[in-house]
Ligand binder design. Structure first.
Ligand SMILES: *Cc1c(COP(=O)(O)O)cnc(C)c1O
Length: 415
């Protein structure tokens, strides 16, 4: 049994871990950044490599005892190169945020200029929000989503870039349902002589499976998280061309981090290996098909989707047109009570506070891992709608909970 040793030595923690396992099994994880990694990835992440200090890079470590760490990190690198077609990959960033930090440290001086998408329009904290170090150390200007179309305002981005003259333009987002036109943003970066980071944290898996355009070979730097759609060990990754290898590697270590989390790098190697199997391409395609089916169904119920639909693994619902008195936070809380876990999200042109915004973000990566198809996702859309629209919460909630239980039994998570 899992956690047998832990149950003897620390039953309190063991109980919580078991409860978390049951929670994941019994609920529908629809937070768009989440996924369920395989048991193999989890085994790698809980391996003895957690004990190893491997400061440095394969073949050039500061300590002894790294022969297997070298093999594993090199495997993770080689598999990542194959997956995304990059010249160089650094697999050491502890998270996607640290990956972005690595590129900033490599290419910018304090006070240099970053142009990125506004957080409330779907950007990420690490793209220069004032609460994040990037917003404190660098001079940040932001571009936006076109309120009419729900797509990135590429023209506005270009105009802002000409005026602001950024050193780096950041593309890639946390709550954007549409395919990103990386080439168009690269053209702007070229026009104003800026570097371009494409942060594909959310869509790593979609890019690897070629269901989303790839920025590799287009943008100067590609960063990402490794635990979202790519479904590997938790952490971050940086890809770049040959000319930036030395700067990027020394910015990650020793610039931003100490020893790499070798157990997580083992989890990255295993997850990347799984993603190289042709079945992963089917998974990524199904993830997008499921998001489309879910979005279509929500629209049939009269809900408003930002941009009118999706090309990716997520939909962003703007509740204001259909349910002006309902907030995203209320929906998030009520749905969680019924076993559907998603998050309240700001929408472009937000009129409420970020803590109680007007939208919800709904993702399909984790459900697709469990085996959900379009039909099952349409049913989940019905359940979500029922809760959003329920005038009598209690009766509807009981129904929705019962249906979620049936679905989670029908699509079990781990055996
Ligand atoms: C998730 C995310 C990140 C990184 O998140 P971590 O939690 O630090 O791994 C970076 N950029 C974007 C756009 C993201 O969505």
């Amino acid at each position: 049994m899992k956690y047998d040793t832990l149950r003897e030595t620390d039953p309190t923690v063991a109980e919580f871990l078991k409860a978390e396992r049951v929670r994941q099994d019994d609920t529908l994880a629809m937070i768009a950044s989440e996924n369920h990694v395989s048991e193999s990835v989890m085994e790698a992440q809980s391996s003895e490599l957690t004990n190893n200090y491997a400061e440095g890079y394969p073949g050039e470590r500061y300590y002894g005892g790294c022969e297997y760490a070298d093999e594993i990190e090199q495997l993770a690198i080689d598999r990542a190169k194959e997956l995304w077609g990059a010249d160089h990959v650094n697999v050491q960033p502890h998270s996607g945020s640290q990956a972005n930090m690595g590129v900033y440290l490599a290419m910018l001086e304090p006070g240099d200029k970053i142009l990125s998408l506004d957080l409330t329009h779907g950007g990420h904290l690490s793209h220069g929000h004032p609460a994040n170090f990037a917003g404190q150390v660098y001079d940040v200007e932001q571009y936006e989503i076109d309120p009419e179309t729900g797509y990135v305002d590429y023209e506005g981005l270009h105009e802002t870039a000409e005026k602001f003259e950024p050193d780096i333009i950041v593309s890639g987002y946390s709550a954007y349902p549409r395919e990103v036109n990386f080439e168009r943003i690269q053209a702007t970066a070229d026009a104003v002589d800026a570097y371009h980071i494409a942060d594909i944290a959310h869509i790593t898996g979609l890019v690897a499976a070629s269901v989303h355009e790839s920025p590799v070979g287009v943008a100067d730097f590609v960063t990402g998280s490794t635990h979202k759609t790519i479904r590997a060990g938790r952490g971050g990754i940086i890809m770049c061309g040959e000319e930036y290898i030395a700067d990027v590697d020394s910015a990650v270590f020793p610039g931003a981090q100490g020893g790499p989390a070798m157990h997580n790098i083992a989890g990255k190697a295993v997850g990347f290996g799984e993603a190289l199997d042709p079945s992963f391409d089917e998974y990524a395609e199904q993830t997008v098909a499921n998001a489309k089916a879910l979005g279509d169904r929500l629209q049939e119920h009269g809900l408003d989707l930002v941009s009118g639909g999706t090309d990716t693994h997520l939909v962003l619902v703007d509740l204001r047109p259909s349910h002006p008195d309902t907030t995203g936070k209320e929906v998030e809380t009520t749905l969680e009570g019924a076993g559907i876990v998603l998050n309240a999200n700001t929408v472009p042109g937000e009129t409420r506070s970020p803590f109680n915004p007007s939208g919800i973000r709904i993702g399909t990566p984790a459900l697709t891992t469990r085996g959900f198809d379009e039909e099952a996702c349409r049913e989940v859309a019905d359940l979500i709608y029922d809760v959003i629209d329920a005038p009598e919460y209690e009766a509807v909630m009981a129904d929705v909970s019962a249906r979620v239980n049936e679905l989670t039994d029908e699509y079990p998570l781990y055996n």
